[in-house]
Design a protein around this ligand. Structure first.
Ligand SMILES: [Zn+2]
Length: 262
């Protein structure tokens, strides 16, 4: 189960909800090919029968000769009328999965909000042409510029950024512009007063610096405790309704210690 509304916990018993919304779509969501019944163009559904209740293939499985392929809808939103060979549909998605195609260069401080994933890029050997090539690429990436690439490593088209950070070469998979959804909330409508800024600043300054490199997984700790005969008990928390925002962010020393314990 994916939860999209999370409580932002300032301290025990002091929280408010925020909504998490998907930022990027999978590629090619505008064209979704599917199989149709050859007798009436009705969609062959998951159970591999025709979705038309009046078709003979609604109760029996059609053979592959009794099916064709078309799209869910076209880019302009219209229902597709034509059918296409499976091979031709597959060819549209068939990209060279063995090759990075260099598209150009871009600054290393590229837009972080486009990142979909991250992987290491390492040499395949420690000598010979592949190693020399890797070393040259690594050297080229010492400056301010990263390299934009396209690839199909996982079988589908991907846009990537190759870069070196702290001596390590990384491949970031990034979203094509068409994959990025419009933000749903307009932050220019937030009314910021001197008072709210003061409260918010005091709160963030009260937090201790966090070191992401040393944090351990809570799930792993829970399993360790369980293995050591200390099963965790779930604590249900009473959330105080109708709390003032200022009250939420006014964190006292006691509450801070509770946060740190968790
Ligand atoms: Zn049918």
């Amino acid at each position: 189960m994916v939860v999209s509304k999370l409580d932002f916990e300032i301290a025990k018993g002091k929280s408010f909800k925020v909504k998490i919304e998907k930022m990027q779509d999978e590629l090619h969501s505008e064209y979704i090919p599917h199989t149709v019944c050859s007798s009436d163009m009705y969609k062959i559904a998951r159970k591999n029968i025709c979705t038309n209740p009046n078709c003979k293939f609604h109760t029996e499985f059609p053979s592959s000769d009794d099916t064709k392929r078309t799209f869910e809808k076209l880019k302009n939103g219209e229902q597709a009328q034509e059918t296409f060979e499976k091979e031709h549909i597959d060819n549209c998605k068939k990209l060279d999965s063995m090759t990075f195609k260099v598209l150009g260069s871009e600054p290393k401080d590229f837009d972080r909000t486009r990142i979909m994933g991250c992987a290491y890029v390492n040499p395949v050997s420690t000598k010979g042409i592949h190693y020399q090539g890797y070393c040259l690429l690594w050297s080229a990436l010492q400056g301010e510029q990263a390299i934009s690439v396209s690839h199909a490593r996982t079988g589908t088209e991907k846009l990537g950024i190759l870069t070196v950070e702290n001596g390590i070469m990384y491949l970031y998979d990034v979203a094509h512009t068409e994959q990025i959804r419009e933000p749903k909330f307009d932050s220019s409508k937030i009314d910021v007063s001197v008072k709210t800024i003061g409260i918010a600043k005091a709160w963030i300054e009260s937090l201790k610096p966090f070191d992401i490199s040393v944090i351990e997984s809570q799930t792993t700790k829970n399993f360790e405790n369980l293995a050591n005969g200390k099963p965790i008990t779930t604590e249900i928390q009473e959330i105080k309704e109708e709390i003032e925002a200022e009250e939420l962010f006014a964190v006292e020393t006691n509450d801070k210690e509770l946060v740190e314990e968790n």
